[in-house]
Design a protein around this ligand. Structure first.
Ligand code: ATP
Length: 349
């Protein structure tokens, strides 16, 4: 496996938007780009595919500099949110199309198309026109079409966004299984954190044209390096605090807290930070609480309760409890944090 199979270091400037990105993708990796609408995910995919040119920098794929190579010569597959299938062609015609463009001999083309129809279990739809298909079926055809020419790299731009939740989850699982079976390298764009976390080997979190953090789903969720990453990938309490270095790690003083916390060795300088605690890691306690405060919200979620506790003039802590809940609105409670679950994040200027 080549670790730096795809190397990207580019800038792109539009009148009201600047993109600056630098990351690598390993061969056979399923890599996600995740971030809110307008952060530059599609622009980045367009640069990789050749639909747009970077202003500066380079894109290297398997050792070959693609920066000035035309789209048609890159052998990169693209699956779009709106499928972009040819409505006048049948399912079979759509899958065969890319192979025709690559001038594959007719026999090989037919054989490969049959393989793809079987792989995606859409053989029964071969002669249907694509406008007569359901959304899920169309997306299977779009994936089959993109993978038919055995691209070096598959780019997927929110491919399941138009589908309902259940189907999206099913296709997501199927795609992941297919990717581990065939071993193709893929970059998957989504603005949904759940999708990115469940699919990716590694992911890059983007905001306003910048990549804030790259890492495995677990690393980025558990050790966000930036407040935006912490809150974008899930709910998080971000508590202003001061950290002092000790031989064992850090002693942390959360703003308005009843006591300090001792954190095992963590990198980074002492001084002002944000203490990140996920709602599921905030616990009720009667003994030696970090905070005390008033329960101001209790929301029943079925699998548990979302609870908010006001612990200071400007600080409300979010909790996610299990099915048992023996506290009531207005009650004074003590709170502690699950050991090992709190993280320090540098406080932005
Ligand atoms: P979404 O999730 O909504 O698709 P995105 O993260 O994919 O968003 P982009 O489509 O990459 O975001 O757009 C990023 C920014 O670049 C937007 O502000 C957009 O208006 C701007 N932009 C994209 N293409 C052009 C262009 N050709 N000319 C000018 N501005 C552009």
């Amino acid at each position: 496996m080549k670790k730096d199979f795809l190397q990207i270091e580019v800038t792109k400037n539009y009148p009201e938007f600047q993109l600056e990105a630098r990351f690598t993708v390993a061969e056979g990796e399923f890599f996600s780009l995740v971030g809110p609408s307008g952060c530059g995910k599609t622009t980045l995919l367009r640069l990789i595919s050749g639909l747009a040119r970077p202003d500066t920098g380079r894109i290297i794929l398997d050792g070959r500099d693609l920066t000035t190579v035309p789209v048609a010569e890159r052998n990169i597959g693209f699956v779009f949110q709106d499928y972009a299938l040819f409505p006048h062609l049948t399912v079979e015609g759509n899958i065969e199309y890319g192979l025709k463009i690559r001038r594959l001999p007719v026999d090989r083309r037919r054989e490969r198309t049959r393989e793809m129809l079987a792989l995606f279990e859409i053989g029964g739809l071969a002669d249907r026109r694509v406008q007569d298909l359901s959304g899920g079926e169309r997306q299977r055809v779009a994936l089959a079409r993109a993978l038919a020419p055995e691209p070096f790299l598959l780019l997927l731009d929110e491919p399941f966004a138009a589908l309902d939740y259940g189907l999206r989850r099913r296709l997501r699982r199927e795609l992941k299984e297919l990717q581990s079976k065939l071993g193709f390298t893929a970059i998957f764009v989504t603005h949904q954190q759940e999708e990115a976390l469940s699919l990716s080997g590694r992911l890059a979190v983007m905001e306003a044209g910048r990549i804030l953090q790259v890492g495995s789903a677990m690393e980025v969720y558990s050790h966000p390096s930036h407040p935006f990453v912490a809150t974008f990938l899930g709910d998080a309490n971000l508590i202003p605090c001061t950290a002092q270095r000790t031989p064992e790690g850090f002693t942390v003083y959360p703003q308005g807290g009843k006591r300090c916390l001792h954190l095992p060795v963590q990198e980074g300088p002492a001084g002002p930070h944000l203490l990140m605690v996920r709602p599921e890691d905030v616990l009720f306690t009667r003994q030696d609480p970090v905070y005390t405060g008033e329960v101001v919200t209790i929301e029943y979620l079925g699998y548990g309760f979302a609870v908010e506790v006001k612990v200071g003039a400007d600080l409300v802590l979010k909790m996610l409890t299990g099915k048992e809940m023996d506290h009531v609105l207005g009650e004074q409670v003590g709170l502690a944090f699950r050991p090992q679950s709190v993280k320090l994040i540098p406080r932005p200027e």
